[in-house]
Design a protein around this ligand. Sequence first.
Ligand SMILES: Nc1ncnc2c1ncn2[C@@H]1O[C@H](COP(=O)(O)OP(=O)(O)OP(=O)(O)O)[C@@H](O)[C@H]1O
Length: 265
Amino acid sequence: MTAAVQPAGTPGIAAEDVRVELGGREVVRGVSLEVHPGELVALVGPNGCGKSTLLSVLSGTRGPKSGRVTIDGRDVATTPLRELARHRSVVTQQNRVDTPFTVAEVVAMGRYPWLRTPRAADSPAVIADAVELCELADIIDRPFAQLSGGQQARVSLARALAQDTPVMMLDEPTAALDIHHQEQVLEILRIHRDAGNAVLLVVHDLTLAAAYADRIAVMKHGELLAIGSTDEVMTAELLSRTYDHPVEVIEHGGRRVILPERSSR
Ligand SMILES: Nc1ncnc2c1ncn2[C@@H]1O[C@H](COP(=O)(O)OP(=O)(O)OP(=O)(O)O)[C@@H](O)[C@H]1O
């Protein structure tokens, strides 16, 4: 087995024993994890296991019942929101709701945390890079609300890239995307990772996670069951136990492909 490399230094994201209670029920139960600069971590697990809730706490959107979260060394509980927004960007499913703005305006919103700072001067170049990476030139003047779900997802990613933060968190950024755009988004995240940023994404497609993530965190019933490299975590035994469904893991062209077992009818 190959152990995932653990870079030294201040983690991009660090969670210590995070617990979250919703509706009188503990839905995140003592999760500790770190995502380091230059690392892409995929968070996987069954529906309702607490992935989005955990992400909302890591991003500072929601406070935990107990535990501590730091972003780039800053405690999210005490860091003002605008400063936090200079250290982490977030792509949630809610980024895709109706807004009266055009694509260009939505992408430019990523620059708000940098207004009236020296880095405001970088905005045109940073926005241009994000638009090019996400292939938005053809739709740049269209109203955001009139785009398809897949197009909106790419615009939301471009907005987060324009924010130009060392930490990025994404909740199912590939959910509405076709195969080409799924690969495109993961390729963009890989480039972002290679530039030294910490990336955490929630994803349901286990084969996609295995192909792109440096490490994979597996949640079930609010707990972190495992965190490690693809070799360590993407095993038939662990995944079958996690999803309460028999899963087959096969090697294909040097990659790991995860398939649910099906009855042959
Ligand atoms: N506002 C809320 N009040 C009470 N319970 C909630 C609330 N929001 C979420 N939950 C519950 O918390 C648990 C975790 O939900 P969460 O959305 O974090 O799961 P998830 O792993 O992201 O699921 P999915 O893969 O379906 O998106 C679920 O049981 C859900 O029903």
